[in-house]
Design a protein around this ligand. Structure first.
Ligand code: NDP
Length: 479
């Protein structure tokens, strides 16, 4: 096959075991390309190469790492339109969102270029005379990065950039559904001078390549984003192999709308949080918890705004929402729409429709009269679906918001400083939004949650050092 896109192992482009087709969810006749599917032997080759390359990489010092990350950032920015088009084609995000995500990946590389130079430690007085103590951050070694399909540029970036900044080597396994964007990033990282073996790309199925990474003895840590089920299994295997592990998983994020909310803020925040990116965000607002006094006016405004949304081909400039990413994901969404009806909700939208191209197009769905104990209010759907739950008071809203197995992002729309403050303090979530959508976060501050949403240290911002480094305490006697 002439146009096969290959894995990058030890600085060499290598075929895998077989090729996987990458197709456009907006138009199934659009074959994006064929991508190498690696094997456990490829993971082994990458892990050996990474281990061998580490000492020389570390010896180059932080300036070399900072400059490399800065060059990568510039290249990603320069090619943002091309990479964004690939992202929109393979994942289905509308083009402006896709390009913005790619630019965010560049910002992340630039930020961690700076962090490479800012790695700090401590000098602490000893309790013994003439003894000095320093506490320094050291690299972990070879890190396996397993990423999902919903942010094919940003999530690989926010794992690769800190790993390299702090002197580690990585093996990236992107989601099988979206290898194209990761392959473009890999090409840039390689061409901008990342030493052979320090960055490796092994594409292929999670059950093969992901499994091999999690079980490889030379891989010292795993950073994963994806489903709770896979995350749990990885945590178990990582414990067996004594690997450090960081898991970012699902959400069932509440957005509270109080009686005193400004609907000009609340409605766009809910439309954005629930439906943008086809609801395929772990921070999506999937539970809209609305106080009774504003409930009917809110639902009327939200229904209108939601029905006005234009769903279509991700590359069509008129589209505001692209297709669902895959046939399996679409079927799952439709099953939840049927379940919402079976559980007693009034359902608005949520049906599929035929566009000019054959794609996975689904209208946004709103589940009215939902209760928090229904499955549609408890399970992550990961599609353009939101449930409206009516409550009578702020206290009830906060209790319902916290009554979930997840704890990623929680939002409130209110004009009351008192309630906003109480919500910020009381929400059991890693991120809290006041008069802002639950989704949409900055790239330079910590990202992560509580309960079933996250496990291990936070990602992003300077807190990323907690996962991507280990601490060394050194004593020296000067006497
Ligand atoms: P998965 O958890 O299956 O996939 C995430 C990543 O893990 C992919 O790279 C996948 O590879 C890999 N993987 C799969 N199995 C293994 C394994 N045994 N060992 C190591 N790695 C593995 O999620 P899906 O993509 O299948 O999505 C399913 C659901 O997960 C969604 O409907 C959504 O609810 C949730 N999800 C949540 C995300 C979030 O950001 N919170 C992101 C994506 C999904 P491969 O792609 O090759 O299978």
């Amino acid at each position: 096959m002439t146009n096969a896109h290959l894995n990058l192992i030890d600085g060499i482009w290598m075929p895998g075991d077989h090729l996987t087709e990458n197709r456009n969810p907006s138009d199934l006749s659009d074959l994006i390309g064929h991508y190498a599917a690696g094997t456990a032997a490829d993971v082994d080759r990458a892990a050996q190469a990474a281990t061998g390359a580490l000492p020389a990489w570390l010896a180059k010092g932080p300036l070399a790492r900072a400059e490399l990350l800065d060059r990568i950032a510039r290249r990603i920015d320069a090619e943002a339109e091309v990479i964004g088009r690939m992202l929109a084609r393979e994942e289905g995000k509308i083009l402006p969102e896709a390009v913005a995500e790619v630019r965010r990946a560049a910002q992340i590389f630039r930020f961690f270029g700076g962090e490479a130079l800012r790695i700090a430690g401590d000098a602490i007085a000893s309790v013994r005379p003439d003894v000095d103590i320093t506490v320094t951050r050291e690299p972990l070694g070879v890190i396996g990065l397993i990423t999902p399909w919903n942010f094919p540029a940003a999530i690989p970036a926010w794992k690769v950039a800190p790993a390299l900044a702090f002197g580690n080597a990585v093996i990236l396994k992107p989601a099988d559904l979206v290898p194209g964007t990761a392959q473009m990033l890999a090409r840039i990282i390689h061409e901008e001078g990342c030493p052979a073996g320090i960055f490796n790309l092994v594409m292929g199925p999670g059950s093969v390549v992901g499994h091999a990474l999690v079980h490889h003895p030379l891989v010292t840590a795993i950073s994963f984003t994806g489903s709770v089920t896979t995350g749990r299994a990885i945590a178990r295997s990582a414990a067996e192999g004594m690997k450090k592990v960081q898991l970012e998983m699902g959400g069932k994020n509440p957005m509270v709308v109080l009686d005193d909310a400004d609907l000009d803020i609340a409605v766009p925040a809910c439309v954005n949080g629930a439906y943008f990116s086809t609801g395929q965000r772990c921070t999506a607002s999937s539970r809209l918890i609305v106080q009774s006094g504003i409930h009917d006016a809110f639902v009327a405004r939200l229904t209108g705004a939601m029905q006005d949304l234009r769903v279509g081909h991700a590359l069509d400039g008129d589209s505001q929402i692209g297709p669902v990413a895959s046939a399996a994901q679409l079927q799952g969404n439709l099953d939840y729409v049927a379940l919402a009806r079976a559980e007693g909700c009034e359902v608005i939208g949520g049906d599929t429709f035929d566009g000019p191209t054959e794609g996975f197009f689904q209208r946004p769905a709103l589940f009215l009269n939902a209760r928090n104990d229904m499955r549609v209010s408890r399970e992550e759907i990961f599609g353009p679906c939101a449930a409206v739950i009516r409550v009578d008071s702020f206290d009830e809203a906060l209790a319902v918001a916290n009554d979930t197995d997840f704890g990623l992002s929680a939002g409130i729309c209110t004009a009351s400083l008192k309630h906003a403050r109480a919500f910020r303090q009381g929400a059991k979530a890693g991120m809290v939004m006041v008069n802002l959508p639950t989704a949409g976060v900055d790239f330079h501050v910590p990202f992560g949650g509580t309960k079933g949403s996250s496990h291990g240290p936070r990602e992003q911002g300077r807190y990323a050092a907690e996962f991507f480094t280990t601490i060394k305490t050194s004593y020296s006697f000067a006497g």
